[in-house]
Design a protein around this ligand. Structure first.
Ligand code: SF4
Ligand code: SF4
Length: 278
């Protein structure tokens, strides 16, 4: 980032960045903040990488992702910029005082025995860290017997990361191109996407097999630590993520309530039929 952007403040600085940086700038290794565990219920308690020593760095790493904060030119739909942002603030404050506590070595050495994977990353795009560092970190994850689960929205300009991370696509129409470029793929789908005939399975326009993320499908019954399908080095289906940020959670809640009501009605009807038949 130029000296000018450092001197500018507030809205002026945001405006300058929006105008002059078309894609996310590279970040230094120091922007990789690793923790040995996580309280995220979806992933499970696994070593986790957070990106950015400051929220400016975090947001900058996402620049170019259509879901990124409006300040960076996105639509602001990324659910990771909800409450995880507060967690990252306190990690950043602590890391500023003692950066050595937030290295990949320390996180992996102190991780729980139950961890079977590491997550790259909780907030921010790991694809904007130095690639040698990122690959070395993934090799370390594997060296301690864990799988590396992570995504980048910058897959189009990072061909050498295919086989290391998953490509994040924003629509089914993008998936076949990413697959042809050698990536495993995760794709955002509408909040009410259920796959073919509600099975959770589907095909891309080019015919590749996909499934709805099991953690989303089971409403948290399966964690990433159980599943680990999003390790970009492994063969596997395309993973669909129904939009599940705050903007969609009330719709999901009412769909679940309707499903519950339907199940209860069906059980009561069958019960009545049984009793009538006795
Ligand atoms: S989806 Fe990933 S790259 Fe996009 S804004 Fe969210 S954290 Fe950043
Ligand atoms: S497919 Fe598996 S590893 Fe990927 S996000 Fe869903 S639960 Fe996690």
């Amino acid at each position: 980032m130029s000296n000018l952007t450092i001197e500018l403040k507030g809205k002026e600085r945001d405006e300058y960045i929006r105008k002059h940086f078309r894609k996310a700038p590279s970040l230094p290794i120091a922007a990789a903040l690793w923790l040995p565990g996580s309280s995220n219920r979806k992933t499970g308690n696994v070593p986790t990488l957070w990106i950015g020593r400051t929220m400016e760095e975090t947001r900058a790493s996402c620049k170019g992702c259509p879901l990124c904060p409006k300040k960076e030119g996105g639509n602001g739909e990324c659910y990771a910029y909800g409450s995880p942002e507060y967690a990252l603030h306190s990690i950043q404050r602590a890391a500023a005082k003692d950066p050595e506590r937030y290295t990949v070595n320390r996180a992996l050495s102190n991780s729980k025995r139950s961890a079977k994977m590491a997550r790259l990353g909780a907030l921010g795009d790991p694809g904007r860290l130095p690639l040698d560092y990122l690959k070395r970190s993934i090799l370390k994850v594997r060296a301690v017997g864990l799988e590396a689960v992570g995504y980048t929205h910058h897959w189009r300009d990072l061909p050498s990361l295919a086989g290391w991370l998953m490509a994040s696509c924003d629509a089914l129409g993008q998936v076949d191109g990413a697959l042809a470029a050698g990536w495993r793929v995760a794709v955002k789908v509408p909040w009410d996407f259920l796959g073919d005939n509600g099975t959770g399975r589907f095909k891309t326009p080019g015919g590749a097999a996909g499934i709805v993320c099991p953690a989303v499908k089971t409403d948290g019954g399966i964690t990433c630590n159980d599943c680990r399908l999003c390790d970009g080095s492994k063969a596997g289906p395309v993973i669909a993520f129904p939009s599940h940020g705050p903007a969609f959670s009330h719709k999901l809640r009412s769909r679940r309530a309707r499903d519950k009501e339907r199940t209860a009605k069906a059980a009561a009807l069958l019960d009545r039929l049984d009793k009538g038949g006795e």
